[in-house]
Design a protein around this ligand. Structure first.
Ligand code: OSB
Ligand code: MG
Length: 340
């Protein structure tokens, strides 16, 4: 398959309502879509970084720069037998995994179309149905949160994840747990705590949570190992895991008992599949994380979630929870909207 062209497009979409995490509030998204044409066939991918370097170090602008100036020039004109050959070609570019992932995943889409097989099957997916959870941003009050959880459970979601931060943790979780004693419930701190908070985090043990996601520093596997030894709730690592080596390190150090796999964070389908293999071979449950993607990123996430290692419900909730179809189109055409 000859890579003929790579086109980057920035689209602006406004979330139906603000999404608050411990690192900030997101309302207006600047998303990069990647179109790769190989053998005349167009494939699409999405770069999943945020607008600011708050979740990890990448941003919409760093991805634009790295794809335009380093990734695309290395790939255009090359021939590959599979999209899985792209990562070695990009290994001299350190980091920028979300930028790389957006391009690689577009190539996987081209390959699936050229070979006439669904992407999920091309990746080696075996599941015919996947379970879906939802991620709920931080709310004003525990009451509002409970109302929201009720609504999502009525829609059929199989796991509820609550974003937490210091001051918005114990009472919120207590209220939800009291209202829904049997629900599969987890929390995500996005690195809002430090090891000295271990006693405080231990208080969450009483709620029988499925997991606490990334409580400590975004790049500190060792500290999570120390915390996991002190709390009963399973730690799930998100930000800390950028590749299969990190996953193995975290498992061997007992820094977590569950792993969240995000396609962008690990640099695309090829590495995501390896991370999934490491978790599966070590008996560690994995699930697919989300990054408030548009439908293109979400479609890739869903294909990935059919691999056999994905044993827990993922953050693959419906696009209509975040996006209004008409608003999206409007923003796309109005690049000079003052809100951006
Ligand atoms: O940590 O999982 C996260 C959104 C933005 C940045 C980080 C995270 C999230 C989510 C959203 O939890 C999940 C989704 O896309 O539905
Ligand atoms: Mg997370």
């Amino acid at each position: 398959m000859k890579i003929e062209s790579i086109t980057l497009r920035e689209i602006h979409m406004r979330l139906k309502s603000p999404f608050e995490t411990s690192f900030g509030v997101t309302q207006n998204r600047r998303i990069l879509l990647v179109e790769v044409v190989a053998d005349g066939v167009s494939g699409w991918g999405e770069v999943t970084c945020g607008e600011a370097p708050a979740y990890n170090s990448e941003t919409t602008d760093t991805a634009w720069h790295v794809i335009s100036d380093f990734i695309a020039p290395r790939l255009i004109g090359r021939s590959v037998a599979s999209a899985s050959e792209l990562p070695p070609q990009l290994s001299q570019i350190r980091g920028h995994d979300m930028a790389k992932g957006g391009v690689e995943n577009a190539m996987w889409d081209s390959e699936a179309q050229i070979k006439g097989v669904p992407l999920s099957k091309l990746l080696g997916g075996t599941l015919e149905e996947i379970a879906s959870g939802v991620s709920l941003g931080i709310r004003e009050s525990p009451d509002l949160l409970v109302k929201k959880v009720e609504e999502e459970l009525r829609s059929g979601y199989q796991r509820i994840k609550l974003k937490i931060k210091p001051g918005k943790d114990y009472e919120c979780v207590a209220a939800v747990r009291k209202a829904f004693p049997g629900t599969l419930l987890s929390v995500d701190a996005n690195s809002a705590y430090c090891l000295e908070d271990a006693e405080h985090l231990k208080r969450l043990d009483e709620f029988g949570l499925l997991m606490i996601e990334q409580p400590l520093n975004w790049d500190d596997i060792h500290a999570h190992a120390k915390l996991q030894a002190q709390i009963q709730t399973a730690i799930c690592l998100d930000e800390c895991i950028n590749n299969a080596r990190h996953a193995l390190t975290a498992i061997e150090l007992k820094a977590c008992r569950i792993i969240n796999i995000k396609l962008g964070r690990v640099g695309g389908h090829t590495e995501a599949r390896r991370v999934q293999e490491v978790t599966r071979l070590n008996g560690v449950p994995a699930w697919c994380g989300g990054m408030l993607e548009s439908g293109i990123g979400r479609a890739h996430n869903i294909s990935m979630s059919t691999l056999p290692g994905f044993t827990l419900p993922g953050d693959v909730s419906a696009s209509h929870r975040y996006w209004d179809r008409w608003m999206g189109a409007f923003q796309f055409l109005n690049q000079f909207d003052p809100r951006f």
